[in-house]
Structures are given as structure tokens and as C-alpha cells.
Unconditional design. Structure first.
Length: 241
């Protein structure tokens, strides 16, 4: 069975592990020209050989001449017509000097989680999966131990690279006791039932994408077990402590 899948990601973030097939042709150690979009390319190629339908923007789609409102209307239409959202977590996905509300990813996640009615049709909350991309050194500690990654904001405060709306939909199962380490800024990479937005490493996900997608589809059927947050925060910075 195929699904309509929307992918949310930071297009130009190049703080990820270099792919040998990046569009620039350059590979590590000659310099990193790989961006998150290159990872999405690999995923889109996979979807092209399945019955799934990719609902994100294509690499050759130029949105630069559209106003922000027009771009948002295009994205909302695609999310409304999708049933699964994959959010690519990368080290530079959050821009610390911009408010949450001015960045696309929080709104895409918020809209994915809402039930929206247009005419006689209702779009229910999407199933959501967080795919954690490796950093330039092929490590994941920026997600699992963000306090040790030494990412600081302009005031010298440790920054959590994960948007609050994503973090609040992790470890939100009403019946599962949250990890005691959450308040310390740790994020677990786990597909267990503790989170409505579970997470998986890219290296594991790309081996069996459909297995993970099917897993979150089943979770969507039990969404009432989770405390769902759809609010986008207006704060400019969110520290770990």
C-alpha cells in the first residue's frame, strides 16, 4: 500500500555527513558540498520505485519568486493531501537568531498534526517520523547529547537543535513515564511507543524505509494515547537548561 508522504527539512543545511553522490560531485575529504537536500534526493529516488507519492518540493522547483504567503499556501496544500510526514533532523535545522514562528519546519509539523477541514473533506493528523541525519563526522551526539555538542546561541547559552514542537511530541505517551534525563537535554533515538514522533538514525532508516513508515502509521491509529502539541513557540531562543 502506498502513502502520500511529506518531507520537512532544512534545505541548505550542509552540517551533515558528506554523501558520495551529492550533486556537486565533491566528496569528503575534499570539502562538504552535501546538504540535507541530497539526503532527500535519495529518499525521493526510493519513493519513485514504490507506490508511495512524494509530496515535498522537487529539487528543480524554484520557489524564489513566490512570496512567503504563496509558498506557505503551496506547502499547506501538500500537507493537507498527505498522510505521513518525515522530518529530517540535522545539526543546523534551527536558526538560533530567528524566532520559531519565522521558520518553516515548526509550521510544517504543526500543520501535519492538526485536523483540518476544507469543504466536505477532513485531513486527519499525519503519522510523523523523525529521521536523524549524521553530522559531518558521522556522529549523532548533537541529537542525543546536545549539551556536549557545544552549540551556543548569541548569549553563550547551550542550544537544543530540536524545535520545541518536535521535542514536545516526543516522550508524550500518557501511559509511559518519561525518561528522567529529558530535563538534562538528552534525546533518545528510539522507535518505541513513548513518543508520537519517534526517531531513527538515517543509516538504519534507509535500509528499510517502509518498515519504519508502517510503524508510525500504526501509531497514528492510537493517537489518543498521546498528548499532542500543535503550538509553534514565539521565543527566539530555547536553551537546554
Amino acid at each position: 500500500m502506498g502513502y502520500k508522504i511529506f518531507v520537512s527539512y532544512k534545505y541548505k543545511d550542509n552540517s551533515v555527513y558528506p554523501l558520495s553522490s551529492s550533486r556537486s560531485g565533491f566528496t569528503f575529504p575534499y570539502g562538504n558540498h552535501t546538504t540535507v537536500r541530497d539526503y532527500v534526493d535519495k529518499l525521493e529516488t526510493y519513493f519513485d520505485h514504490t507506490s508511495n507519492i512524494y509530496k515535498g518540493e522537487s529539487d528543480n522547483e524554484d520557489l524564489s519568486n513566490y512570496s512567503e504567503d504563496a509558498i506557505w499556501e503551496k506547502l499547506k496544500d501538500r500537507i493537507f493531501d498527505s498522510s505521513v510526514t518525515i522530518v529530517m533532523i540535522s545539526p543546523g535545522m534551527r536558526e538560533p537568531y530567528r524566532s520559531e514562528k519565522s521558520q518553516w519546519i515548526p509550521w510544517e509539523i504543526s500543520y501535519s498534526l492538526r485536523e483540518t477541514t476544507r469543504g466536505d473533506r477532513t485531513s486527519h493528523s499525519n503519522a510523523i517520523l523523525a529521521v536523524i541525519l549524521p553530522d559531518f563526522h558521522h556522529r549523532y551526539n548533537y541529537f542525543t547529547e546536545p549539551h556536549s555538542y557545544q552549540r551556543l546561541d548569541g548569549q553563550g547559552i547551550h542550544q537544543d537543535p530540536v524545535f520545541p514542537i518536535i521535542r514536545k511530541n516526543m516522550n508524550n505517551n500518557r501511559w509511559v513515564k518519561p525518561s528522567p534525563f529529558l530535563h538534562m537535554g538528552f534525546h533518545s533515538i528510539t522507535i518505541d511507543d513513548s513518543s508520537y514522533i519517534p526517531s531513527v538514525k538515517w543509516d538504519d532508516f534507509i535500509q528499510h524505509p517502509m518498515a519504519y513508515i508502517e510503524h508510525v502509521i500504526k501509531r497514528k491509529e492510537n493517537i489518543s494515547r498521546y498528548n499532542i502539541c500543535t503550538d509553534v513557540e514565539f521565543y527566539r531562543w530555547n536553551s537546554l537548561f
